[in-house]
Design a protein. Structure first.
Length: 245
Protein backbone atom coordinates (compact mmCIF):
# COMPACT_ATOMS: atom_id res chain seq x y z
CA UNK A 1 0.00 0.00 0.00
CA UNK A 2 1.67 3.20 -1.19
CA UNK A 3 0.67 6.68 -2.28
CA UNK A 4 -0.73 5.08 -5.48
CA UNK A 5 -2.14 1.94 -3.82
CA UNK A 6 -5.74 0.86 -3.24
CA UNK A 7 -8.14 2.72 -0.96
CA UNK A 8 -7.63 2.00 2.73
CA UNK A 9 -10.01 1.68 5.67
CA UNK A 10 -9.54 0.45 9.21
CA UNK A 11 -7.68 1.08 12.44
CA UNK A 12 -4.08 0.97 13.57
CA UNK A 13 -3.08 0.76 17.24
CA UNK A 14 0.08 2.78 17.70
CA UNK A 15 2.46 2.99 20.66
CA UNK A 16 3.29 6.70 20.46
CA UNK A 17 6.91 7.55 21.31
CA UNK A 18 7.89 10.35 23.69
CA UNK A 19 8.64 13.69 22.08
CA UNK A 20 6.17 13.24 19.23
CA UNK A 21 2.82 14.98 19.00
CA UNK A 22 -0.21 12.94 18.01
CA UNK A 23 -0.45 15.09 14.89
CA UNK A 24 3.14 14.23 13.97
CA UNK A 25 2.37 10.52 14.16
CA UNK A 26 -0.72 10.84 11.99
CA UNK A 27 1.21 12.91 9.44
CA UNK A 28 3.85 10.18 9.15
CA UNK A 29 1.29 7.40 8.74
CA UNK A 30 -0.72 9.37 6.20
CA UNK A 31 2.20 9.00 3.78
CA UNK A 32 1.61 5.23 3.72
CA UNK A 33 -1.77 5.62 2.04
CA UNK A 34 -3.14 6.88 -1.28
CA UNK A 35 -3.36 10.63 -1.64
CA UNK A 36 -6.44 12.22 -0.05
CA UNK A 37 -6.94 9.25 2.31
CA UNK A 38 -8.28 10.56 5.59
CA UNK A 39 -6.24 9.62 8.67
CA UNK A 40 -7.07 10.73 12.22
CA UNK A 41 -6.79 9.70 15.86
CA UNK A 42 -9.24 9.31 18.73
CA UNK A 43 -7.58 11.38 21.45
CA UNK A 44 -4.49 13.55 21.72
CA UNK A 45 -1.47 12.55 23.78
CA UNK A 46 0.93 15.29 24.92
CA UNK A 47 4.49 15.07 23.54
CA UNK A 48 5.69 13.96 27.00
CA UNK A 49 3.25 11.04 27.02
CA UNK A 50 3.67 7.66 25.39
CA UNK A 51 1.32 4.81 24.77
CA UNK A 52 -1.83 3.94 22.91
CA UNK A 53 -2.88 6.15 20.02
CA UNK A 54 -5.84 4.77 18.09
CA UNK A 55 -5.43 5.79 14.46
CA UNK A 56 -8.39 5.61 12.07
CA UNK A 57 -7.99 5.39 8.31
CA UNK A 58 -10.33 6.23 5.43
CA UNK A 59 -14.10 6.01 6.02
CA UNK A 60 -13.44 4.74 9.54
CA UNK A 61 -12.49 8.29 10.56
CA UNK A 62 -16.25 8.84 10.82
CA UNK A 63 -16.08 6.79 14.04
CA UNK A 64 -13.67 9.28 15.62
CA UNK A 65 -16.19 11.05 17.85
CA UNK A 66 -17.65 7.76 19.13
CA UNK A 67 -14.28 6.23 20.02
CA UNK A 68 -12.94 9.48 21.47
CA UNK A 69 -15.71 9.41 24.05
CA UNK A 70 -14.58 6.09 25.52
CA UNK A 71 -12.91 5.68 28.92
CA UNK A 72 -9.13 5.64 29.06
CA UNK A 73 -6.52 4.12 31.36
CA UNK A 74 -3.17 5.74 32.15
CA UNK A 75 -0.15 4.87 34.24
CA UNK A 76 2.76 7.10 35.12
CA UNK A 77 4.35 9.24 37.79
CA UNK A 78 3.50 12.49 39.56
CA UNK A 79 6.27 14.59 41.05
CA UNK A 80 5.14 16.23 44.27
CA UNK A 81 6.58 19.45 45.66
CA UNK A 82 6.61 21.36 42.39
CA UNK A 83 4.23 23.20 40.08
CA UNK A 84 4.87 24.06 36.44
CA UNK A 85 3.09 26.27 33.94
CA UNK A 86 2.28 23.30 31.69
CA UNK A 87 1.29 20.81 34.40
CA UNK A 88 4.19 18.51 33.53
CA UNK A 89 7.96 18.51 33.88
CA UNK A 90 8.51 19.97 30.41
CA UNK A 91 7.23 23.33 31.65
CA UNK A 92 8.66 26.22 33.62
CA UNK A 93 8.64 25.77 37.41
CA UNK A 94 6.23 28.25 38.98
CA UNK A 95 6.37 27.09 42.63
CA UNK A 96 8.28 24.67 44.85
CA UNK A 97 7.31 23.55 48.33
CA UNK A 98 8.53 20.90 50.78
CA UNK A 99 6.82 17.54 50.44
CA UNK A 100 5.16 16.47 53.70
CA UNK A 101 5.83 13.11 55.30
CA UNK A 102 3.80 10.67 53.22
CA UNK A 103 3.42 6.94 52.82
CA UNK A 104 1.64 4.75 50.29
CA UNK A 105 -1.40 4.29 52.51
CA UNK A 106 -1.95 8.05 52.82
CA UNK A 107 -1.50 8.57 49.11
CA UNK A 108 -3.87 5.71 48.32
CA UNK A 109 -6.46 7.38 50.53
CA UNK A 110 -6.00 10.73 48.80
CA UNK A 111 -6.45 9.18 45.37
CA UNK A 112 -9.52 7.25 46.49
CA UNK A 113 -11.04 10.51 47.70
CA UNK A 114 -10.81 11.90 44.17
CA UNK A 115 -12.75 9.06 42.56
CA UNK A 116 -15.90 10.54 41.06
CA UNK A 117 -16.36 13.96 39.49
CA UNK A 118 -13.54 16.45 40.03
CA UNK A 119 -14.18 20.11 39.24
CA UNK A 120 -11.15 22.14 38.20
CA UNK A 121 -9.79 24.55 35.61
CA UNK A 122 -8.52 23.35 32.25
CA UNK A 123 -4.71 23.48 31.88
CA UNK A 124 -3.32 26.69 30.42
CA UNK A 125 -1.48 24.62 27.83
CA UNK A 126 -4.47 22.75 26.44
CA UNK A 127 -6.65 22.76 23.34
CA UNK A 128 -9.73 23.88 25.29
CA UNK A 129 -11.02 26.93 23.44
CA UNK A 130 -11.98 30.45 24.52
CA UNK A 131 -13.59 32.67 21.88
CA UNK A 132 -12.49 30.25 19.21
CA UNK A 133 -8.83 30.12 20.24
CA UNK A 134 -7.17 27.28 22.18
CA UNK A 135 -5.85 28.20 25.61
CA UNK A 136 -2.30 27.26 24.63
CA UNK A 137 -2.26 30.19 22.17
CA UNK A 138 -2.90 32.61 25.04
CA UNK A 139 -0.23 30.93 27.18
CA UNK A 140 2.42 30.85 24.43
CA UNK A 141 1.90 34.54 23.67
CA UNK A 142 2.27 35.51 27.32
CA UNK A 143 -1.36 36.63 27.55
CA UNK A 144 -3.61 36.09 30.54
CA UNK A 145 -5.13 32.63 30.14
CA UNK A 146 -8.91 32.60 30.61
CA UNK A 147 -10.11 30.21 33.30
CA UNK A 148 -12.25 27.49 31.76
CA UNK A 149 -14.01 25.16 34.18
CA UNK A 150 -13.77 21.45 33.42
CA UNK A 151 -15.26 18.36 35.00
CA UNK A 152 -13.07 15.25 35.15
CA UNK A 153 -14.64 11.88 35.90
CA UNK A 154 -12.30 9.49 37.71
CA UNK A 155 -13.43 5.86 37.59
CA UNK A 156 -10.55 4.49 39.69
CA UNK A 157 -7.18 5.77 40.84
CA UNK A 158 -4.55 3.52 42.39
CA UNK A 159 -1.26 4.45 44.08
CA UNK A 160 1.31 1.87 42.95
CA UNK A 161 4.49 3.02 44.68
CA UNK A 162 5.97 5.99 46.52
CA UNK A 163 9.62 7.02 46.26
CA UNK A 164 9.62 10.68 47.32
CA UNK A 165 8.97 12.90 45.52
CA UNK A 166 7.64 10.52 42.83
CA UNK A 167 4.27 8.77 43.08
CA UNK A 168 3.57 6.08 40.48
CA UNK A 169 -0.10 5.46 39.81
CA UNK A 170 -2.72 3.98 37.51
CA UNK A 171 -5.81 5.96 36.56
CA UNK A 172 -9.01 5.01 34.75
CA UNK A 173 -11.06 8.00 33.71
CA UNK A 174 -13.72 9.30 31.36
CA UNK A 175 -12.93 11.06 28.11
CA UNK A 176 -11.88 14.69 28.45
CA UNK A 177 -9.90 14.17 31.65
CA UNK A 178 -6.56 15.96 31.90
CA UNK A 179 -4.12 13.95 33.99
CA UNK A 180 -2.01 17.10 34.37
CA UNK A 181 -4.96 18.79 36.08
CA UNK A 182 -5.53 15.84 38.41
CA UNK A 183 -1.84 15.90 39.38
CA UNK A 184 -2.22 19.55 40.32
CA UNK A 185 -5.42 18.85 42.27
CA UNK A 186 -3.64 16.11 44.22
CA UNK A 187 -0.66 18.37 44.89
CA UNK A 188 -2.94 21.13 46.16
CA UNK A 189 -4.72 18.71 48.49
CA UNK A 190 -1.34 17.74 49.94
CA UNK A 191 -0.25 21.38 50.22
CA UNK A 192 2.91 20.98 48.16
CA UNK A 193 1.92 21.06 44.51
CA UNK A 194 2.31 18.36 41.90
CA UNK A 195 3.14 17.91 38.24
CA UNK A 196 3.21 15.00 35.79
CA UNK A 197 6.68 13.54 35.29
CA UNK A 198 5.72 10.60 33.06
CA UNK A 199 2.53 9.33 31.47
CA UNK A 200 1.59 6.27 29.42
CA UNK A 201 -1.84 5.51 28.00
CA UNK A 202 -2.71 1.84 28.42
CA UNK A 203 -6.20 1.62 26.96
CA UNK A 204 -8.92 3.42 25.02
CA UNK A 205 -12.24 1.66 25.55
CA UNK A 206 -11.68 -1.99 24.57
CA UNK A 207 -8.42 -1.27 22.74
CA UNK A 208 -5.19 -2.12 24.60
CA UNK A 209 -1.62 -0.91 24.47
CA UNK A 210 -0.52 -4.56 24.51
CA UNK A 211 -1.87 -4.85 20.96
CA UNK A 212 -0.17 -1.71 19.67
CA UNK A 213 2.93 -1.42 17.51
CA UNK A 214 5.74 1.16 17.84
CA UNK A 215 5.68 3.94 15.26
CA UNK A 216 8.88 2.75 13.58
CA UNK A 217 7.44 -0.74 13.16
CA UNK A 218 4.23 0.57 11.57
CA UNK A 219 6.23 2.79 9.21
CA UNK A 220 8.22 -0.24 8.07
CA UNK A 221 5.31 -2.65 7.53
CA UNK A 222 5.15 -4.15 4.06
CA UNK A 223 2.11 -2.92 2.10
CA UNK A 224 0.44 -6.33 2.22
CA UNK A 225 0.89 -6.54 6.02
CA UNK A 226 -0.42 -3.01 6.50
CA UNK A 227 -3.49 -3.84 4.41
CA UNK A 228 -4.03 -7.05 6.40
CA UNK A 229 -3.91 -5.23 9.71
CA UNK A 230 -6.44 -2.68 8.53
CA UNK A 231 -8.79 -5.40 7.29
CA UNK A 232 -8.41 -7.42 10.49
CA UNK A 233 -9.30 -4.37 12.59
CA UNK A 234 -12.76 -3.91 11.07
CA UNK A 235 -14.63 -6.44 13.28
CA UNK A 236 -13.18 -4.88 16.43
CA UNK A 237 -14.14 -1.40 15.22
CA UNK A 238 -17.67 -2.53 14.49
CA UNK A 239 -18.00 -4.10 17.94
CA UNK A 240 -16.69 -0.93 19.62
CA UNK A 241 -19.10 1.20 17.63
CA UNK A 242 -22.05 -0.94 18.64
CA UNK A 243 -20.99 -0.97 22.29
CA UNK A 244 -20.67 2.82 22.45
CA UNK A 245 -18.71 4.87 25.03
Amino acid sequence: MTASGPPAAGMLLLDKPAGWTSHDCVAVLRKRFPRDTKVGHTGTLDPLATGLLVVLVGPCTKLQARLQGMDKTYSGAIRLGVKTDTGDVTGKITAERPVPALDLARLSSELAALVGTVESAAPAYSAVKHQGRPLYEYARRGLEVPVKARSAVVRSWEALSWDAPELTHRLRCASGTYVRTLAEVLGDRLGCGGTVSSLRRESVGPFLLADALPLDVVRALAPVELARRLADSLPALEAAFRAGP
